[in-house]
Design a protein around this ligand. Structure first.
Ligand code: ADP
Length: 427
């Protein structure tokens, strides 16, 4: 008789044959049920032994099914399962290596780190741009990049600031912007963007403006001097022309001064020096209010509420520039007879400088753009009012340099409030 090909069918036939044989033998000896029960128990023990062998094999790293003692019908099923999983593993491996090839093709450095900030993998651009080698795999990434700024930023888990500017450990002239992306709970990605060229361009632009402003200073001073002399003679037929020229050169002088002031602030904030000096703001405000009274020529009702004991860490020259600009703006953009209130007080761990006026006010859509250079809310009207369009850009820089916050509230036709909150503790 030819047995069927499939191992499981053959196994079932064996079970049936053994049960039939034990039944017939038992029947012949007058104990058919007992014989069948003994055979079933025998099969049960056999299954338990095979189950144990199967568990042993599954727990082991072995991939071969030979000499495992497993029944043929199980081996056949396991071999088919192995073939299927090998195919899936191969597919996944090829997708993964395609993904790695893609990261290697990226021009910007990518670092894969775990939740303990240990380096897991990096792409070719990271090897070239940051000098990473395979020996560094597994090390803490802040040891690899080794700057206190980076360590501090990473410890704060990139929350403090969403990116950091960092120089390459192998080339100080190369600057990267680095961002931390958390794509799973314990798998993070550090993405580096090369900003060397952008930095260079912005430095060239900044140096150009600073140099031009500096070069304009001397001829403007000479021009101003002569025009002052010429305007002294009121009988001159060109008196009006000289007056207009003088006014224009004064405006140009103001513009050059503001441009140089902005360049200085930018230079200093790039150097990130900490501020340790103490400024007696009440004395400073007294000086500024005298200047404001001169500018207003008694046309405004200027009031003050100043906490005379409130002094703060800061840079006097910068604070004078920012506070002076806000007070001058209030005078400039408030009609004669209007009210201006200057406040200096302590509030919840901060010192607050506030200028409130009931002047022209500003449209809501202009407020977010006011601190941009040369942005004017109502350009035609405001240009006639004087000013350089740089005042609030200076205010913003000074506030940031002092780790402060600038708030602007305004309503057209009702007036404006400009508020700077500065930290009381050392900056
Ligand atoms: P400007 O030299 O033109 O005053 P600023 O940078 O100081 O330049 O101010 C930018 C613009 O903000 C001004 O042109 C004006 O439109 C608006 N602005 C500033 N302060 C006030 C204020 N107190 N009231 C109304 N508008 C103001």
């Amino acid at each position: 008789m030819q047995l069927p090909q499939h191992p499981l069918t053959r196994h079932i036939i064996w079970i049936s044959l053994s049960l039939t044989a034990s039944f017939l033998l038992g029947w012949w000896l007058a104990y058919p049920l007992q014989f069948v029960a003994i055979t079933v128990a025998g099969w049960l023990v056999w299954y338990l032994v095979k189950m144990k062998l199967l568990i042993q094999w599954l727990k082991s790293d072995s991939t071969t099914l030979r000499n495992t003692g497993l029944p043929t019908f199980l081996k056949a099923e396991l071999a088919a399962w192995q073939r299927r999983s090998n195919a899936i593993i191969k597919q996944t491996e090829s997708k993964f290596s395609a993904l790695l090839d893609a990261t290697n093709a990226l021009p910007e450095p990518l670092l894969f780190i775990n939740a303990k900030h240990q380096l897991q993998r990096f792409n070719s651009a990271a090897a070239d741009g940051l000098g990473l080698t395979d020996r560094m795999l597994g090390s803490a990434v802040d040891n690899v990049l080794n700057t206190t700024e980076f360590t501090h930023w990473l410890e704060s888990r990139g929350l403090e600031s969403d990116y950091l500017k960092i120089s390459s450990p192998i080339d100080q002239n190369k600057t990267f912007k680095v961002q931390l992306l958390k794509y799973t709970r314990d798998q993070h990605l550090l993405v580096f963007t090369d900003i060397t060229r952008i930095q260079l361009q912005s430095k060239i632009r900044h140096d150009f403006v600073a140099n031009v402003s500096h070069e304009l200073r001397t001829p403007l001073t000479v021009l101003n001097g002569y025009l002052e002399m010429l305007t002294a003679d009121e009988s001159d037929s060109n008196h009006q022309v000289f007056l207009t020229l003088h006014k224009q050169t004064l405006s140009m002088n103001e513009l050059v001064t503001d441009l140089l002031e902005l360049a200085r602030l930018q230079d200093e904030s790039n150097k990130r020096k900490s501020i340790t000096a103490i400024v007696d703001v009440p004395i400073l405000l007294n000086e500024l209010l005298l200047t404001a009274a001169e500018l207003s020529q008694g046309q405004h009702n200027i009031k003050q509420h100043i906490d005379k004991s409130l002094i703060i860490p800061g840079k006097k020259r910068d604070l004078k520039s920012a506070f002076g600009n806000l007070i001058a703006n209030a005078v400039r953009y408030t009609q004669p007879g209007g009210n201006i209130q200057v406040n200096w007080y302590k509030q919840a761990g901060s010192a607050v400088f506030e200028v409130i006026d009931n002047g022209t006010g500003i449209q809501a859509q202009d407020i977010p753009r006011l601190t941009e250079r040369f942005y004017r809310a109502d350009s035609s009207r405001n240009r006639n009012q004087g000013g350089t369009g740089l005042g609030l850009a200076i205010v913003k820089h000074v506030t940031e340099k002092h780790n402060g916050r600038l708030e602007i509230e305004s309503c057209p036709g009702e007036g404006s409030t400009f508020r700077i909150s500065l930290p009381l503790a050392n900056i």
